[in-house]
Structure formats: structure tokens, C-alpha cells
Design a protein around this ligand. Structure first.
Ligand code: HEC
Ligand code: HEC
Length: 301
């Protein structure tokens, strides 16, 4: 059987300035995906059980993400597992949709004509890819069991990948609980009964935690799913990187989003913007969710 592209979706997506996305993976024939298992291999979970279920792809794998507006492709990104490292490539689609050319080393912004309107779009540089797709964050950022435990095309994606014999060991059953989809969008709607806290924490996990983890490139916070609130290193903690214009703020002030640097940094497009790359449009529903969660907190427990 030859290698082929397996389409997949995630439960909790990266905010990408309103673009629609399609994702796919190619695993070389005969090779297997390893899934981190913190119970049986504690060595691969130095930062605790929150990393359980992260996927490690074999050499030769290619991950693909397409970005489009109004069904017209603006960018294709490839992330390729070479012998020692991962390499990222961005491709810019032409007006006729016949060809995509590799984006040079520098980031570039264009006005993209979707056919019915014009939207700004910034192609990240190759260096930008690696700031997000960093090794402590797992290199590949979407594929993990709690992100792909979802239905697609009438079948559970994990069942499908097991049926295709793509894992090096059977996945533990029952599968880990899906990350809740934070707000209605391309990935569906939040599950009934999910709390604001769960939705906000799912958002932070998917959009922030690959940098904000104890071994990451912004290690003062730990925003991974499952980290207890006092250990986020945010609640009632003084910011170490400035107050983002809020003189009385802490990073997360329970009950007071407008006195929380975390809220300010996702609400702005200025120098303090979080994430600091890859996004140039404020994610209103995401900000709303973080705000509602902080407002609901009465303390740091
Ligand atoms: C702001 C951080 C950020 C930047 C910059 C970024 N990515 Fe990603 N990328 C992510 C996250 C988070 C995901 C997983 C969530 C999703 O798919 O919505 C992802 C998913 C992907 C995927 C699907 C496989 C995977 O890792 O989940 C590919 C392929 C990809 N990105 C390629 C690239 C390339 C190539 C670049 C540079 C041109 C790039 N990305 C820049 C954060 C980023
Ligand atoms: C690509 C890596 C990256 C991503 C993704 C990212 N951050 Fe950051 N973050 C940083 C870096 C680096 C700093 C420190 C430099 C600075 O202040 O801008 C920082 C600083 C911060 C601070 C200030 C901490 C302090 O002590 O002052 C907050 C709050 C923050 N980020 C929240 C977020 C949130 C919320 C998200 C997701 C919506 C996010 N970040 C996504 C890299 C990242």
C-alpha cells in the first residue's frame, strides 16, 4: 500500500485570522506514529501527565495545512520530518489557483482577493514556523489524542487511524476525553455541558501552551490543559514582561478580566499582542471566552 494523505481535524484549533483550514497527514509506508504514554513511559513526560497522548511522527512524515477564504486557497503549509529535525515550508497560491510558490525566508503580507472581498494575509517566515512548532511544544502541535478524538466522515478519527494500523502500540481505551471545541466554528460547536473554564482552558492549550510551558520558549507561564490554576503561574502573579498598559494588573486577576494582562494581551494588536506572530486579527470569541472565564473566578484555587 502506498503512502497517502489522511485528512484530519482537531477539536480545538489555532486561531488563524478567520481563515478556513484543512489538514492532512502522510505517514511513510510501514512506519508508525508513537503516542506518548505517561503511565507506562514516565521518561517521555518530564513535565507531567499533561503531555500524555502527544504524537511523535516517524522520519519521512509530512503534515499539511491548507488555508482558504470563501473556498479559495491562500496558503499551503507543509511540515516535514527530516532525519534529525522538522522543516516547515509555506506556499503562496496564485490568483488562478493553479500553482503555489514557496514563500521566501521573510514573512510577507498581501491583500488577498477571495473572489468576493479582499482580506489581508500574512505568510509567516520559515523562522516563524519554528518559534511555534518548537521541540518542547512537540514540534507537531495539533496531533494528540485529545485533539483527534472526534468524528470525521462518519467515523471516529482515532478508530480510523488504528484501523489503518498507524500506531506503534494500541491506543489506551477508553480514549482520553476530547478537548472541548471552544466556540462555534469550522470544527463544530462546544459540547453540551462544557463549562466556561473548560472552554477557555481548551483555547489556551491549543493557542498558547506550546510556548507557555515550563520547558518552552516562554516558560514563565504553563498554560497546558490539565495544569491546576495555582500552577499556571498566572493567577495573582505579577507580570515579568510589563503590564501591557494596565497599572494595577496581575497576569490573571480573579473576577477582573480588565485588570488581567492575559486578557489585555489577546485583546490588542499592538506590541504586546499574544501570540506575537502568526495573527493580525483579534479573535473576538476567544477574547470573550478568556474574559468570561477570568470574570467567573473567585480566587486562585
Ligand atoms: C502562531 C504559531 C504558529 C505559527 C507561526 C505557525 N504554526 Fe503551524 N500550527 C500551529 C498550531 C497551534 C497548529 C495546530 C492547530 C491547528 O491545526 O489548528 C499548527 C498546525 C500546523 C500544521 C498541521 C500539523 C501540526 O503541527 O499540527 C502544519 C503542517 C503547520 N502548522 C505548518 C506550519 C508552517 C510551515 C509554518 C510556517 C510557514 C507554521 N505552521 C507557522 C501554530 C503555528
Ligand atoms: C510563539 C510563542 C508564544 C505563543 C504562541 C504565545 N506566547 Fe505569550 N509570550 C511569549 C513570549 C516569548 C513572551 C515574553 C515576551 C513578551 O513579553 O512579549 C510572552 C509573554 C506573555 C505574557 C506576559 C507574561 C509576563 O510575565 O509578563 C502573557 C500573559 C502571555 N504571553 C499570554 C499568552 C496567551 C494568552 C497566549 C495564547 C493566546 C500566548 N501568550 C501565546 C511567547 C508566546
Amino acid at each position: 500500500m502506498a503512502s497517502f494523505v489522511i485528512p484530519y481535524d482537531v477539536n480545538s484549533p489555532l486561531w488563524s485570522d478567520n481563515a478556513d483550514k484543512e489538514r492532512g497527514m502522510v505517514v511513510p509506508e510501514g512506519q508508525k506514529i508513537h503516542v506518548r504514554n505517561c503511565a507506562s513511559n514516565p521518561d517521555e513526560c518530564q513535565l507531567g501527565a499533561q503531555d500524555d497522548g502527544q504524537w511523535v511522527f516517524p522520519v519521512g512524515s509530512v503534515l499539511i495545512k491548507n488555508f482558504s477564504f470563501d473556498n479559495k486557497l491562500v496558503e499551503t503549509r507543509l511540515f516535514v520530518r527530516a532525519a534529525k529535525t522538522w522543516v516547515g515550508y509555506g506556499y503562496q497560491w496564485n490568483e488562478e489557483q493553479t500553482e503555489a510558490t514557496v514563500v521566501p525566508d521573510e514573512a510577507r503580507t498581501v491583500m488577498f482577493n477571495t473572489g468576493t472581498r479582499t482580506v489581508p494575509w500574512t505568510y509567516p517566515s520559515r523562522y516563524d514556523c519554528m518559534l511555534c512548532h518548537n521541540r518542547p511544544g512537540g514540534s507537531t502541535l495539533g496531533p494528540e489524542t485529545k485533539q483527534l478524538n472526534r468524528m470525521m466522515g462518519g467515523e471516529n478519527l482515532l478508530d480510523k487511524l488504528e484501523r489503518l494500523n498507524l500506531f506503534d502500540a494500541p491506543l489506551p481505551k477508553p480514549y482520553s476525553t476530547p478537548l472541548p471545541t471552544p466556540y462555534p466554528g469550522q470544527e463544530g460547536t462546544p459540547p453540551a455541558g462544557a463549562t466556561t473554564e473548560q472552554l477557555a482552558r481548551s483555547y489556551l492549550h491549543a493557542n498558547c501552551a506550546f510556548c507557555h510551558r515550563a520547558d518552552g520558549n516562554a516558560d514563565t507561564l504553563d498554560l497546558r490543559w490539565g495544569v491546576p490554576i495555582p500552577e499556571l503561574k498566572a493567577c495573582n502573579q505579577m507580570p515579568k514582561k510589563g503590564n501591557a498598559g494596565l497599572t494595577t494588573a496581575t497576569i490573571l486577576t480573579p473576577g477582573k478580566p480588565e485588570e488581567s494582562v492575559m486578557w489585555a494581551r489577546v485583546s490588542t494588536l499592538g506590541d504586546d499582542r499574544m501570540p506575537q506572530l502568526g495573527t493580525y486579527v483579534v479573535d473576538d470569541p476567544g477574547v470573550e471566552l478568556i474574559s468570561a472565564w477570568i470574570a467567573s473566578l473567585q480566587g486562585c484555587e
